[in-house]
Design a protein around this ligand. Sequence first.
Ligand SMILES: NC(=O)c1ccc[n+]([C@@H]2O[C@H](COP(=O)([O-])OP(=O)(O)OC[C@H]3O[C@@H](n4cnc5c(N)ncnc54)[C@H](O)[C@@H]3O)[C@@H](O)[C@H]2O)c1
Length: 259
Amino acid sequence: MGRLQDKIAFITGGGGGIGGATALLFAEEGAGLAVVDRDGTAADATAAAIRERVPSARVLPLGADLSDEAEARRTMAATDAHFGGLDILVNVAGIRVYGALADAEPDTWDSILAVNLMATVHCCKAAVPLLRARNGGSIVNVSSVFGVTGRAGMGQYDVTKAAVVSLSRTLAIEEVGHGIRVNTVCPGPTITPFHIARAEARGVSEEELRRTGARHTLMKRWGEPREVACTILFLASDESSFVTGTTLVVDGGASAASA
Ligand SMILES: NC(=O)c1ccc[n+]([C@@H]2O[C@H](COP(=O)([O-])OP(=O)(O)OC[C@H]3O[C@@H](n4cnc5c(N)ncnc54)[C@H](O)[C@@H]3O)[C@@H](O)[C@H]2O)c1
């Protein structure tokens, strides 16, 4: 407890599986936080769940489509006004597109680039002046193991996730003089309500999904959102004070097994 005491964090995609778990863990560790999501109701639900578990938590739920730069600036300013500064940005918001690259259409390229890459870009740009004003801070961008390895069938998504790795690396180089660390987390299969709902829509139960859906990992299981959140916490906290510009894969050994 207290690993983020007196820190202020802005977490995108905080209404979703990994973002929600990260928000709860950060609150448990003492951070004040903005929980930002395009689905404002989901952001409110995360905030309510946090307040139930951590009655002393300081949580600001905000609904915003962060692919719009003005919305990223507005929510960052609201966070600054509410808490009086910013120490940590975690970009978790993301969407998926399925299909082969040969069939990919311009509209799905536009939509996935707008969220997975540009929302991250907009939030980083809006956060940097606040982090510089504190003489430093931490940005953690969530990519995917498929940002650093390949597969067939989700090329548009994988391209955006590779771009996030590059974005983090360059920003780390450019901002090191301001004390800002920037790192990337690349999750492997992580079981969230999104995956469970998608499987159930195909007639596959959660139990069957858990049993069969992550056999390719060394550990033969899915990761839990909390396990990804713990890695994000390490990179967000001062415990990783000598870590910047790096990429941390959290995939139960899946990429090691296929290497
Ligand atoms: N779960 C996995 O197996 C896995 C694996 C690798 C990478 N990831 C990445 O981790 C992140 C979180 O994954 P998850 O499984 O928790 O997903 P999720 O779908 O549960 O959560 C994503 C959240 O992002 C929000 N969002 C989408 N577009 C937005 C926008 N324009 N503005 C603001 N919020 C927006 C959604 O409303 C949702 O709440 C994503 O970036 C995903 O690509 C997940």
